[in-house]
Design a binder for this molecule. Structure first.
Ligand code: HGY
Ligand code: MN
Ligand code: MN
Length: 410
């Protein structure tokens, strides 16, 4: 067993094959959740898992569970997986590497004729990205009981389409109630999406923690008026107020260095016109930090900045909390299984905090969970140039194989 390795080329080929579903001109992937492209890659994944002898079921949030039987199927399966949906400017590895590493693990066990004690399960979580329908990690959040299912179904995208209806339309609203599926443990392989492993020339990140996050929607209402004839002191300029708040997001994050981060990713002006003072502006904001009390301080400072901007520009500002999850500490036995698999395989490594959110962060609330990181080029992700090395993808999948075997027993 100790010499068992995944088939590196076959893993790589599946990554390149699935990258065709939503391929962009720049070599990335745009495969938004519960879109027709998401359906296509899901159909591909289900077919490959069934060919590999797995029993595949789908729950009512569209999560796909592919189970490879073990000697004792009364035991809860040892699971692995991630997500097949991408950002609009997505890359070839974010999420899909974790799902396909699970498929490759099953294929490798089949070829080696290995029968594990506990069953093995490969999972695709719906809408991890939270781009088309916010918040992120939607279906794993419902699974963990952190997000209400009916509220999830009612979420709308920028065209007013509802998540629940889109899930039904692509044929992936299953019967199994989301939340019932038992896991003996869960491991997620993922690119780091940051620069640390590459900078330190390390192959594996043994992930022990993940940052807490707070997401906001901000709406500012001022008054449209003439850009030429309205004196500066009589303006109620919604965009000038937004600019003050956006700069405050930057300053608050920088004040909590080295871990604090803050981002404004979407901004819309109600009825933009070059010679009209903007009357309504909406934008998103988010903070992240590995320490919950620091995240609270960042939240407080933002609210103070909002009050100041509202006063300075004589506008109404509504700052809505749309999502908050506290910092995550993964399960020690799973972290140890990843560490010993990594040591056994001889990969350079270091312990890490995940800057990004992942489905594993929610699954960790219901089952022993941890993550395995590999480097990505220049730490770039959520970008079509996202890139990872053949050997590193193989290393992540090999560590997954041996961590899962350690938990499943043979
Ligand atoms: O935003 C995140 O952390 C994740 O990539 N959806
Ligand atoms: Mn991801
Ligand atoms: Mn992502």
């Amino acid at each position: 067993m100790h010499n068992l390795r995944i088939n590196e080329q076959r893993l790589w080929d599946t990554l390149m094959e699935t990258a065709e579903f939503g391929k962009t001109a720049k070599g990335g992937i745009k495969r938004l959740t519960v879109s027709d492209l998401d359906r296509k890659v899901r159909d591909w994944f289900v077919a490959r898992c069934e060919e590999a002898g797995c029993t595949v079921t789908v729950d009512d949030m569209g999560n796909i569970y592919a189970v490879r039987p073990g000697k004792d199927n009364s035991l809860p399966p040892i699971a692995c997986g991630s997500h097949l949906d991408t950002q609009p400017t997505g890359g070839k590895y974010d999420g899909v590497l974790g799902v396909l590493s699970g498929l490759e693990l099953v294929r490798t066990l089949n070829e080696a004729g290995v029968e594990t004690q506990a069953p093995i399960m490969v999972v695709n979580w719906t809408n991890e990205e939270g781009s088309r329908f916010a918040p992120a990690m939607l279906a794993s959040g419902v699974y963990a009981g952190a997000i209400d299912k009916q509220e999830a179904y009612a979420l709308t995208d920028k065209d007013g389409l509802k998540f629940g209806e889109e899930l039904e339309r692509i044929g992936y609203k299953g019967d199994e109630p989301c939340g019932e599926r038992q896991f003996g443990a869960f491991f997620e392989v993922h690119i780091e999406q940051g620069p640390i492993l590459e900078a330190e020339d390390k192959v594996i990140g043994v992930v022990a923690h993940a940052q807490g996050q707070r997401w906001y929607d901000c709406t500012i209402v001022g008054r449209e008026s003439h850009a030429g004839s309205t004196p500066m002191k009589l303006r109620r300029d919604a965009l000038a107020a937004a600019a003050r708040i956006i700069l405050a997001v930057q300053e608050i994050a920088l004040s909590k260095a080295p871990y604090g981060v803050g981002t404004v990713g979407v901004l819309t002006i109600g009825e933009p016109s070059r010679n009209v003072i903007p009357g309504t502006v909406t934008f998103t904001a988010e903070f992240r930090h590995p320490d919950d009390s620091t995240l609270e301080e960042m939240d407080k400072a933002l609210r103070e900045a909002v009050a100041e901007a509202a006063k300075a520009q004589d506008v109404e500002v509504d700052l809505k909390d749309i999502w908050h999850y506290p910092a995550v500490r993964f399960d020690k036995s799973c972290i140890d299984a990843v560490q010993s698999a990594t040591d056994h395989l001889g990969y350079s490594n270091r312990e890490m905090v995940s800057g990004a959110g992942h489905d594993a962060c929610y699954v960790n609330r219901k089952a022993p969970t941890s993550m395995i990181f590999i480097p990505c080029k220049d730490g770039i992700s959520h970008n079509e140039i996202e890139s990872a090395e053949f050997d590193h993808c193989a290393a992540g999948a090999n560590v997954l194989l041996h961590a899962v075997l350690a938990k499943a027993g043979v």
